[in-house]
Design a binder for this molecule. Structure first.
Ligand code: SF4
Length: 239
């Protein structure tokens, strides 16, 4: 696993304060993966750490500081730099902006987009923020109850959602220019995943459920695929 983490795939966690050891200096944290696997000498690891701190907009003197001296936004940049240490093929970013204030969220999201291009790295970005998903992703996978409900190019998926869950999520997104009134919500609760799911996992909450083949797990079908027996066509609402 260490070899995998140091070279192929790296993870950026949601809350950098929970993921970075507060008792170790930033330099130790940054170089740990390549030191433990022996993929770089200590001198090369230090040089790479300085280069990556610069890439994420931080000064090299942070290497000797402890995490408690840094803000949440700075720590998340350190986390991103640590993830890039082994030159990974894939970055897994699990809600990397959720624990940050709004300004830091925008900065970190923009930074990830730039770094992805500069280091030619794939980015799997997990988020509950649909606007962020639309802004940062080429391709979006909408998950419900552990299954892929729908996937496709970001633009097509947001313009023409085909799965009722995607459409309901988009309808529930507040807009600043929307007329005053009650916000749209998805009735009901997610299914209890301790029980085996039969049929469509969204059926209990779906306005389009007909009962037809409700007991069958829907197969992915259509232009951009949706796991639904009755996918929506040409609409942005779940009406
Ligand atoms: S399969 Fe039926 S219940 Fe499930 S999302 Fe599609 S329309 Fe709704």
């Amino acid at each position: 696993l260490r070899t995998l983490r140091a070279g192929r795939a790296a993870m950026i966690f949601q809350d950098p304060r929970a993921a970075i050891n507060p008792l170790r200096r930033i330099g130790d944290f940054l170089t740990e993966s390549v030191r433990l696997t022996g993929t770089m000498s200590a001198a090369d690891a230090d040089r790479r750490a300085v280069e990556l701190l610069d890439a994420v907009g931080l000064k090299p003197d942070l290497l000797r500081r402890y995490p408690g001296r840094l803000s949440g936004g700075m720590l998340q940049r350190v986390m991103i730099a640590a993830a890039l240490m082994g030159d990974p093929v894939l970055l897994l970013a699990d809600e990397p902006t959720t624990a940050l204030d709004v300004t830091s969220q925008a900065e970190v999201a923009a930074l990830l987009g730039r770094l992805r291009e500069r280091f030619d790295t794939g980015l799997l970005f997990v988020t509950h923020d649909l606007g962020l998903a639309a802004a940062i992703s080429d391709r979006v996978y909408v998950m419900y109850a552990g299954r892929i409900a729908e996937h496709g190019p970001a633009e097509a998926l947001f313009e023409r959602p085909r799965h009722p869950y995607t459409a309901a999520l988009l309808a529930a997104t507040p807009a600043l220019d929307a007329p005053a009134g009650r916000l749209s919500a998805i009735d009901g609760q997610p299914p209890d995943l301790r029980r085996a799911l039969t049929g469509c996992a969204f059926a209990e909450r779906c306005r389009h459920a007909t009962g037809i083949r409700r007991e069958q797990v829907p197969a992915q079908q259509g232009g951009h695929p949706a796991a639904c027996h009755h996918p929506l066509e040409g609409s942005r609402t779940d009406g």
